[in-house]
Design a protein around this ligand. Sequence first.
Ligand code: SF4
Length: 236
Amino acid sequence: MVSSGDSPERLLIDTRRYLEQLREEGEGWVSFRPAPESRETPRRPDPPVQADGGLREQVRDCRACRLAQTRRNTVFGEGAMKRGVMLIGEGPGAREDATGRPFVGPAGMLLDKMLAAIGLGREDVFITNIVKCRPPGNRDPERDEVTACWKFLEAQIQLLRPRVIVALGAPASRTLLDTDLPIGKLRGRFHDCGGIPLLPTYHPAYLLRNPADKRKSWEDLQSLRNFLKQPGQAEG
Ligand code: SF4
């Protein structure tokens, strides 16, 4: 047995004896390469997807679709999501494009009122859109724009792990549920979105134009409030 306390001469003698023993046993050569497991190239860990820093910068620098040509700012989304609620609209409007913040215009003010009516503040939710750049003229995002931007929303959902998603308006609801059904047929009940409960409801901008539908929107919000009251649903 060779130990670290042996003299160099003793080590050489023991090593030669060991090699001669190996030759007698038929070993043609002795490899001094590291063991196979230690020779493997260490697997590089997957790059961490960051909820803010990295992902936000990727969005800021993105030019993957035509909306990059006309935007002033990307609108990543914001909110501490203390109650596990993620709100997803269709795309930034003019004020959002100018400020880089989601839902800051009249529709945003109505949304704040709607949330406050069920005891939620901006800090309780995370608000974003299915596309992070403003479609010109506030049109709905085109399918290829949604497809190009999907990776960012998908990463946000994976990172934030919301307890419930509220889809605001038809484009967001249809995209997230992969359906062509109108919002009137989708709203009013929870759907499954990859294992996450998803509640479609009207977009606050639509409600500003169609105040008669505020009552249905209120019913949806009550459903959300009841959902959040269930045990284990981030009671505030
Ligand atoms: Fe990129 Fe999305 Fe903006 Fe298109 S909308 S340029 S995919 S961040």
